[in-house]
Design a protein around this ligand. Sequence first.
Ligand code: SF4
Length: 450
Amino acid sequence: MLSFYLKTYGCQMNERDSEALSCLLLSHGYRAAPDEAAADIIILNTCSVREQAERKAIGKMGLLKRLKRQKPGLILGLIGCLAQRRGESLFAELPHLDFVTGTDQLQSIPGTLAALQQERRQFAALSQGPEIAPELDLHQPGHWLAYVSVMRGCNQFCTYCIVPYTRGREKSRPIPAITAEVEQLVADGCREILLLGQNITAYMVAEARQAGTWTKEFSGFADLLLALHKIRGLERIRFTSPHVSFMNRKFIETVCTLPKVCKSFHIPVQSGCDRILKLMNRNYSVAEYRRKIAAIRELTPQATFTTDVIVGFPSETREEFNLTRELMLEVEYDMAYIFRYSQREGTRAAEILPDDVPEEEKHLRNQLLLDDLAAGVSVRNRRFQGQVVEVLVEGESKRNPSRWTGRTDLNKVCLFPHRPGVQPGQIQPVLVQRSTANSLFGELQINSQG
Ligand code: SF4
């Protein structure tokens, strides 16, 4: 049977899709190849969010032409956001490419591969309209952490973002399908799940609006968390990414009060300036963002926050950037993905807003935020010294195999020396002795079996 090699670019959603596709191919009798050279089929799961990621994936596929010349039977496929966005036009640029598959058509790939073994021509399977095939819910067994996709697409149309055009409109999976998937994961040894959705706080909102049942108090995502929380053996629930506009009272109370929901929240802010937020079409104000953070802190003072920020958005002045900087210092984020704005073809911002902030100014703003973050986190991590934290053990540290590594429920990396009986997947109490900006270091408290 043929072997496949799957390379993933981009976000956690793409990683999740690659895992599901690997399982699907294995279940159809294909073998996983250790590297490209050994593979009969090479599939690149591509990302379209940043131009650089697109260029990388197209460049990589271009390089594979040489391998195909040496090995004419080699099958090459591009899947994911780039494949969805560019579709069949990719065949003109990459004539050695055998198939392109859109973001929610992964189920068609075994059929495409079978057809390619019969007939060598180019195949395209792209997502069409609101009707989608059911989510691929396959997982590699035996992992204590799993990604679970709960919805796809986005209806927000932030002016800089390509996602609504590549992943389409919001489509949520029903609660029973998700709970069944998580119950199976837990039965296979999973302890922690990361729920994925581009606009996860809008889970089931489009469906409720269509059914006429939507009210301001509606939070389908809170209902999903309540259902998942009941699953015995599941220890931790994380999620990404929420949108401030959908974080109503019900959502905030639910995430703050359910013990299994980790109290480290990733809440993208993008800018601390109302004028820029408006240009971005983010649909919230800085005041609203502050209010939501304050509401979470009121219920869970220990909560930690991470965020996404864009610096150098078209027309952003130094004063407006300083508002972002002040907000970031005030919220005391533990981490931030900071992006220097770059025009993305196909987005509204690229059409109507000139990319007018000089590159060196974007670099400077980026560096100022990174420096603030590093200084703040390193001080704040000291508060854990002398505390006992619960660590979900992930395995040996890559840098120092005499240490185990894992994460606390506040998503802090914690390292501690080996002790007999400790296994990956256990939750162990660790007394923190020292800390840096990136990690906590400690000793196991007791030799429990987590
Ligand atoms: S909320 Fe905005 S940034 Fe996030 S996926 Fe949707 S359109 Fe993109």
